[in-house]
Design a protein around this ligand. Structure first.
Ligand SMILES: NC(=O)c1ccc[n+]([C@@H]2O[C@H](COP(=O)([O-])OP(=O)(O)OC[C@H]3O[C@@H](n4cnc5c(N)ncnc54)[C@H](OP(=O)(O)O)[C@@H]3O)[C@@H](O)[C@H]2O)c1
Length: 242
């Protein structure tokens, strides 16, 4: 049996387990299974990695950074952004990858029109680092927006209409608006949004968050995190089988 799984905490509902279990059924793959490893302490990953049947893991909140010391090696992306959401286990050794970058990049460029030079990244957590990496690769400038003041970081109350007009791409990497708190959205002067804007929300439940709705109502191009989610899962599968 080839085992795969997800480490994180808590893991109440898992997109990945459902996705891979259905994939194995649809493709008639009978020698693979995908399990959940809700671990309260990252040190428990040591034992999990010793399972000789385990071939790959996904990593989610809160361990994308904390798992790095347990890896035997990592690719250049993980090295750079210090966040790992995919592990390939081969010959008893664990190698780290970041497939959020691949999923985000593929999804972002699908609707990317011409002329986007400046982006706002809302939130400074783990997923924002994958977003930053992709924007750098695309040559798009960015500013972080956070609840906390910091060097080169704007606070929400500092985002004026003028700043929002100049940053035609806005990417939400906060959980604001995620089910069940669907009435929440990042506090921005949305009046400044227009058809020249592209709003991307990493949240995918609900499909049209209040953040995206504010943009859509003003003619902006919008995209949610669903295709990114599928993209990162498929990239994990490719890595585990390569
Ligand atoms: N679609 C996908 O494939 C995909 C992949 C990864 C993540 N995600 C989603 O992206 C979101 C972020 O994930 P993550 O791993 O980066 O989480 P995280 O590490 O917890 O970071 C989220 C960041 O959002 C900000 N934030 C948190 N609560 C907030 C609040 N109440 N108000 C305003 N800002 C708040 C914080 O930044 P500041 O402290 O700087 O304000 C925080 O660092 C989650 O909703 C996750 O489900 C989706």
């Amino acid at each position: 049996m080839r085992k795969f799984g997800l480490i994180g905490y808590p893991l109440s509902h898992s997109f990945s387990q459902k996705y891979f279990t259905e994939k194995f059924q649809q493709l008639d793959i009978t020698d693979c299974k995908y399990e959940l490893y809700p671990i309260e302490d990252i040190a428990a990953v040591k034992n999990i990695l010793q399972d000789p049947e385990l071939c790959g893991l996904n990593v989610t909140i809160p361990y994308k950074q904390a798992v790095i010391p347990f890896l035997h090696g990592m690719n250049a992306v993980v090295e750079e952004i210090r966040a790992c959401n995919c592990i390939r286990i081969q010959g008893g050794k664990a190698y780290g990858y970041n497939t959020d970058t691949v999923g985000f990049s593929a999804s972002l460029v699908r609707k990317l029109g011409q002329g986007h030079r400046q982006a706002l990244i809302l939130g400074t957590g783990g997923a924002s680092k994958a977003v930053e990496y992709v924007l750098r690769k695309l040559g798009i400038g960015f500013m972080y927006v956070s609840r906390n003041a910091g060097h080169g970081v704007l606070r929400y109350e500092e985002v004026t209409e003028d700043i929002l007009r100049r940053h035609t791409m806005v990417i939400n990497t906060t959980p604001l608006g995620m089910y069940p708190k669907v009435d929440e959205c990042p506090p921005l002067p949305y009046e400044a949004i227009g058809p020249e804007h592209y709003l991307f929300d990493l949240v995918y439940n609900p499909p049209l968050t209040l953040f995206l709705r504010q943009g859509k109502d003003r003619g902006a191009v919008v995209e949610n995190g669903y295709d990114m989610l599928i993209g990162q899962a498929e990239e994990s599968w490719r890595i585990w089988n390569s």
